[in-house]
Write a protein that binds this ligand. Structure first.
Ligand code: ZN
Length: 276
């Protein structure tokens, strides 16, 4: 491959992808490898705190792409829902301290109530934290999750549903994170990505791959190229829709966490260049 094609300028890695590394090691390794952006899992800065983590990242030359994650708004009682709103305000504060332009929302779902009721509570929850988000200068990115998570992790399962919530709220502080792992199966995906771009709502693009068979619902994602997702095609739709932001490698995989993480990082770069 010629140097001109080895463009890593939009490559971002989510700290959970290399979970065995603490944030110091992740930051120094990513930076040395020519990665340009980092998405931080909320638990990753733990005792260091978000402001210090943000300084560490900026000093290394990396950009903070997003903080992951807020959400989990639906619940059976008003008291629980109010607690979720408080927790999301804390998450927004952490994003501001970290220097993250947006928080990814895994919106939640309460088993025992209809999905449309959970979606209504999600919209209410986002609306409740929105003044806090805009005051902090932090956007909220609704991330639709694959329908296999509809029972407990998210009642927002398609880009269409995410767009409906955004339209209902109607604020520039709410947008959408497109994760190919969660959305690749949707026969409306191309049109929906175009519509997200037209509405100015495309805030993030997450990549990994779907292994066949998938043996664990949470922690068996594949490295790009290991599965059946047409990642480059979807990335092209996002680019055509005007998305010019970082492309985040987000792989939750016990199999890959068990590998030598330095070699895995090399493979992430090659897979990104070959398949994204
Ligand atoms: Zn994602």
């Amino acid at each position: 491959m010629t140097p001109a094609l080895r463009d890593l300028s939009r490559l971002c890695i989510h700290t959970a992808t290399t979970k065995p590394w603490g944030i110091e090691e992740a930051v120094s390794r990513y930076s040395a490898a020519g990665v340009r952006g980092i998405t931080v899992w909320r638990t990753a800065f733990a005792d260091r705190g978000p402001a210090a983590a943000g300084r560490l990242i900026r000093d290394s030359g990396l950009r903070v792409v997003s903080l992951c994650r807020g959400g989990f708004f639906p619940a059976g009682s008003a008291e629980q829902r109010a607690r979720a709103v408080d927790e999301n305000r804390r998450c927004i504060d952490e994003a501001a301290e970290l220097g993250a332009p947006h928080v990814v929302l895994v919106c939640g779902s309460a088993a025992g109530q209809p999905l449309e009721e959970s979606r209504r509570q999600i919209a209410d929850g986002i609306a409740a934290v929105l003044p806090h988000a805009s005051a902090a200068g932090v956007r909220l990115a609704v991330e639709p999750l694959h329908p296999m998570y509809a029972g407990e992790r998210s009642a927002v399962n398609t880009l269409g549903q995410a767009r409906a919530i955004c339209s209902q709220i109607g604020s520039p502080w709410v947008g959408i994170a497109v994760d190919v792992y969660h959305t690749w199966w949707d026969d409306r995906l191309e049109d929906e990505i175009r519509a997200c771009g037209r509405d100015g709502r495309l805030l993030a693009l997450h990549v990994s791959d779907w292994r066949t068979p998938t043996v664990d619902l949470l922690e068996d994602r594949g490295l790009m190229g290991e599965g059946c997702i047409p990642i480059r095609r979807i990335r092209g739709w996002a680019d055509d829709a005007g998305f010019g932001g970082f492309i985040e490698v987000e792989i939750f995989s016990r199999r890959l966490w068990a590998r030598d993480q330095a070699r895995f990082l090399d493979d992430i770069k090659e897979a990104y260049l070959a398949h994204v």
